[in-house]
Design a binder for this molecule. Structure first.
Ligand code: NAP
Length: 245
């Protein structure tokens, strides 16, 4: 079976499936140079669109696919849905529930990454914590009269003067996030609505300090597919849909 990886859940899922006796191959996009270790086979790099993935599924005789790519992976879920339908392989999408604002949160919700810089201007934010991943920093670089703190797993290539890059990998702690926002005198946070617990503490820290959050909405997902919220549900789906021996 094949797990499309790129999240902590994908790593845990590969381990759990391996322990349950499945021959698991994890597929990584190849964007992180030192990905988390996991049992089973690991392959890296794109398949060449839905057609390439379908050819791979046939060639490797894959009998089940779990798409555990990140909630902001915009293309892979559509490729998986299309390839699995073509090759008649069962598949499900592991997608964490979204975060929702509480009464004390100051969120400005935007539909896409490209709308976030405008929201920062509306808030007149000056010192911004950009918690969007290094691949998504581009749309903010034009705001040269603002200062940005970017935290990412891999370093930013040649950050301009108004961008400070720090390296870290979740899970993060409430106390650590509070200190980070205070130390850098952050007055706005930009986040993707990734859901989950590992990166949520920044939202609690912003709430505690009364700092606004520009929350970017998720990209569209394929319609009519099986969606599960966590690793346990993905394992239950695997067991429930196994062919009768
Ligand atoms: P994307 O738009 O869905 O994918 C772009 C292309 O990258 C896909 O068409 C595919 O190439 C290849 N690809 C993506 N995931 C792959 C996988 N698991 N195995 C093999 N090829 C894969 O996704 P993205 O936003 O570029 O993200 C790339 C990877 O980073 C994903 O695995 C995602 O889970 C992870 N990630 C993304 C974010 C984010 O904010 N976007 C955050 C954390 C982690 P082909 O069409 O050639 O097959």
């Amino acid at each position: 079976m094949l797990v499309l990886a790129g999240t902590a859940e994908a790593t845990r899922l590969a381990a759990a499936l391996h322990d349950a006796g499945h021959a698991v191959t994890s597929s990584l996009a190849g964007v992180t140079s030192a990905p988390s270790a996991r049992p089973g086979r690991v392959r890296r790099g794109g398949f060449g669109g839905a057609a390439g993935l379908a050819a791979y599924l046939r060639a490797e005789r894959i009998d089940a696919v779990i798409d555990a790519t990140h909630p902001f992976a915009a293309r892979m879920p559509f490729n998986v849905a299309s390839a699995c339908a073509e090759v008649h392989v069962r598949h499900c999408r592991l997608l964490r529930p979204q975060w929702a604002p509480g009464a004390d949160d100051r969120w400005t919700s935007v539909r896409s990454l490209d709308a976030a810089p405008g929201a920062l201007l509306d808030l007149d934010a000056r010192r911004v914590f950009l918690a969007v991943g290094r691949q998504s920093v581009g749309p903010f670089l034009g705001l040269a009269d603002r200062w940005f703190l970017v935290r990412s797993i891999e370093p930013l290539a040649d950050p301009p003067d108004h961008v400070t890059s720090i390296l870290d990998r979740g899970p993060f702690t409430p106390d650590g996030e509070l200190k980070l926002l205070q130390m850098h005198q952050i007055d706005a946070v930009v986040a993707k609505n990734a859901g989950g617990v590992a990166t949520a503490p920044k939202l609690g820290a912003a709430r505690a300090l009364g700092i606004p959050v520009v929350m970017i909405g998720r990209p569209a997902q394929p319609q009519g597919i099986v969606v599960v919220p966590d690793v346990a549900a993905a394992l239950a789906w695997m067991a429930a849909t196994a062919p009768i021996a």
